[in-house]
Write a protein that binds this ligand. Structure first.
Ligand SMILES: C[S@@+](CC[C@H](N)C(=O)[O-])C[C@H]1O[C@@H](n2cnc3c(N)ncnc32)[C@H](O)[C@@H]1O
Length: 261
């Protein structure tokens, strides 16, 4: 149902810990009023959840859930001092909240599911009447690199998209979310462009553009017969050299879609 290609949890923890609400989920900030009770579904280590907890203040709360236990354990260590933040190891499909939420946010999580519409139905059931759901996710088919990366990485990336599609994941979920929201009965649906653009003058350029070497570090697609190991290793080597000398810009296409019950 849900595959996570990055088995190197240390690396993944670091990527998630480097995320922040301001840079990685900015469109949702205007919704974050004091006193709101918020669920962050697929929170990773909870870096974004922690920033949301600060904005909703002590009369509000954030519950982050994630079905990868190591991320939750790491998040509890890193953000344990945030009193109104609770991180729970749970799958969103089996989660049973004690209370319903005013707002549910979910960033970069439905892209990993083969049944994203069922996730919307589930999340809808956790909302109070009048509550709001916000999903931020990718269109991986529209990723842009300037200039073009090495052929080996282009081939790796196309194989990655095929691997995802074969597992039932929607590579262009950002552009289908609006329809999913309508089909699952949400009202007042709004769509916001939320692309991530990294250029050499960004402090975190190397880390962000380097994401594809980290994805290629996993042997999962080799083990499943999608790609041979030589090509995978060439993709990493060629891409890392390209990043060092040639890469100018990478744009990942995302949309935030929100709706009310
Ligand atoms: C790419 S990460 C995004 C983390 C964080 N929201 C962010 O934007 O940095 C996706 C997360 O969704 C979690 N996840 C995937 N399927 C899930 C499910 N069915 N229930 C709960 N969490 C899930 C994964 O463990 C992973 O931490």
């Amino acid at each position: 149902m849900n595959k996570n290609i990055d088995r190197d949890h240390q690396t993944t923890n670091k990527i998630f810990d480097n995320r922040s609400l301001a840079t990685d989920y900015p469109t949702v900030i205007p919704l974050l009023k004091k006193g709101l009770h918020v669920l962050d579904a697929g929170c990773g280590t909870g870096a974004i959840s922690r920033d949301i907890a600060h904005l909703v203040g002590p009369d509000g709360s954030v519950t982050g859930i994630d079905n990868t236990e190591k991320f939750i354990v790491s998040g509890r260590e890193s953000y344990g001092e945030t009193a109104n933040l609770e991180l729970i190891f749970s799958d969103l499909f089996s989660y049973q909240p004690a209370q319903k939420f005013d707002l549910i946010v979910s960033a970069r999580t439905l892209q990993w599911l083969s049944n994203p519409k069922e996730a919307l139905i589930k999340l809808k059931s956790f909302l109070k009447p009048g509550g709001q759901l916000s999903i931020l996710d990718y269109n991986h088919e529209e990723l842009e690199w300037i200039p073009e990366p090495p052929k080996s990485m282009q081939l790796f990336y196309q194989t990655f998209l095929k691997w995802r599609a074969d597992a039932g994941m929607n590579n262009r979920i950002a552009d289908d979310l609006e329809e999913y929201f309508a089909e699952t009965g949400f009202q007042s649906i709004e769509v916001y462009e939320s692309n991530e653009r990294y250029t050499r003058d960004n402090a975190n350029f190397l880390q962000r553009i380097g994401i594809w070497s980290k994805v290629a570090a996993s042997k999962q697609m080799v083990e499943e017969g999608y790609i041979n190991d030589d090509l995978r290793l060439s993709a990493i080597e060629d891409y890392d050299k390209w990043i060092e000398k040639e890469a100018k810009q990478m744009t990942m296409k995302l949309k935030e879609v929100r709706g009310r019950v």
